[in-house]
Design a protein around this ligand. Structure first.
Ligand SMILES: Nc1ncnc2c1ncn2[C@@H]1O[C@H](COP(=O)(O)OP(=O)(O)OP(=O)(O)O)[C@@H](O)[C@H]1O
Length: 249
C-alpha cells in the first residue's frame, strides 16, 4: 500500500492562503493525527486528500499530492479516488435508509449486485466497525433510529465497505459522549493495520492515545511532524511545545 506524499502543497481560498508549502509523508497503515489551533488548516489539508475542496468555489492549489501512482490533484476519476480514499465527518451523516443499505451503498455504486456478496460485505464492514453484534438482527431498521455513536460507527462501516486504502476522519468523536468515543478509538486501533488513517482532532489525549504519528499545524504551515511519543515528550520546535503544553490554542 503506498504512502501519501505531499510536496510543496499550497492552497488558496480566493486571495487567502490557507496552506503554505506543505511537505509531508503520511505513512501507509499508520494512524496520523493532525493537531493545531482552530483555523490552522488541518481540515483543509485533510479534505485535499480526497478532493473534497473541489466543492468549494475559488479554491486554487499548487504543488503535488500523490498516493502511489495516483496524482490526487490532477486525476479526473474522482469516484475512483474516493473509493481509495474514504472520509468520515465530524457529525454522523448516515443516509435516510436502512442500516444494510447504508453499508451496501458504496459496493453497489461500484458495481456489486450479487446479494450474497453484498451480505458478506455488510457483515464484515459492521464487524470491523464493532457494530455487528449490536445490529445484526435489525439490519433493515432505519439508520436514523440509531444513537449518535452508533451512527458514527455506521458511517465508518459505510466507508470501509469499499475497502479504501486511506480513511480520513475529521474530528470523528467531537460530537460524541466518552463511551462512544472510546468505542470509536478502539475500532480505529483495530483497523489501522489494514488502512492508512488520517484524523483531525482537537483532543490531545486522543492523539496521544491512538496515533502513531502527529503533525502539528499553525497558520497554514506544518510546523513539526514525528512519532507521537516524540512529539508529546520531546518536541523539536518551541511552537509545538507551547501548543501541547496549552500555552496557546
Ligand atoms: N470555504 C472557505 N472559504 C474561505 N476560507 C476558508 C474556507 N474554509 C476554511 N477557510 C479558512 O481557511 C483557514 C483554515 O481553515 P480549516 O477549517 O482548514 O482550519 P482547521 O485547522 O481545520 O480549523 P478547525 O479546527 O476550527 O476546524 C481558516 O482561516 C478558515 O477561515
Amino acid at each position: 500500500m503506498p504512502d501519501i506524499i505531499s510536496t510543496d502543497f499550497n492552497l488558496f481560498y480566493g486571495d487567502f492562503q490557507a496552506l503554505k508549502g506543505i511537505n509531508m509523508t503520511l505513512k501507509e497503515k499508520q494512524l496520523t493525527a493532525f493537531i493545531g489551533p482552530s483555523g490552522c488548516g488541518k481540515s483543509t489539508f485533510l479534505r485535499s486528500i480526497n478532493r473534497m475542496n473541489d466543492l468549494i468555489e475559488n479554491v486554487r492549489v499548487t504543488g503535488t499530492l500523490e498516493l502511489g501512482d495516483l496524482n490526487i490533484l490532477e486525476t479526473t476519476k474522482l469516484s475512483l479516488l474516493r473509493k481509495r480514499v474514504g472520509m468520515v465527518f465530524q457529525k454522523p451523516n448516515p443516509f435516510a435508509t436502512s442500516i444494510y443499505n447504508n453499508v451496501a451503498y458504496g459496493p453497489r455504486t461500484h458495481g456489486t449486485k450479487q446479494r450474497s456478496i453484498l451480505d458478506d460485505i455488510v457483515e464484515q464492514s459492521l464487524k470491523s466497525a464493532a457494530l455487528w453484534d449490536e445490529l445484526k438482527d435489525n439490519l433493515h431498521k432505519s439508520a436514523l433510529s440509531l444513537s449518535g455513536g452508533q451512527q458514527q460507527r455506521l458511517c465508518i462501516a459505510r466507508s470501509l465497505a469499499v475497502d479504501p486504502e486511506v480513511l480520513l476522519l475529521d474530528e470523528p468523536t467531537s460530537a460524541l459522549d466518552p463511551v462512544s468515543t472510546a468505542k470509536i478509538e478502539e475500532l480505529l486501533e483495530d483497523i489501522k493495520s489494514k488502512h492508512t488513517i488520517v484524523m483531525v482532532t482537537h483532543n490531545m489525549q486522543q492523539a496521544a492515545r491512538i496515533s502513531d504519528r502527529v503533525a502539528f499545524f499553525l497558520s497554514g504551515e506544518l510546523i513539526e511532524m514525528g512519532d507521537t511519543y516524540q512529539i508529546f515528550s520531546q518536541p523539536q520546535k518551541e511552537k509545538t511545545s507551547d501548543y501541547i503544553t496549552g500555552r496557546f490554542g
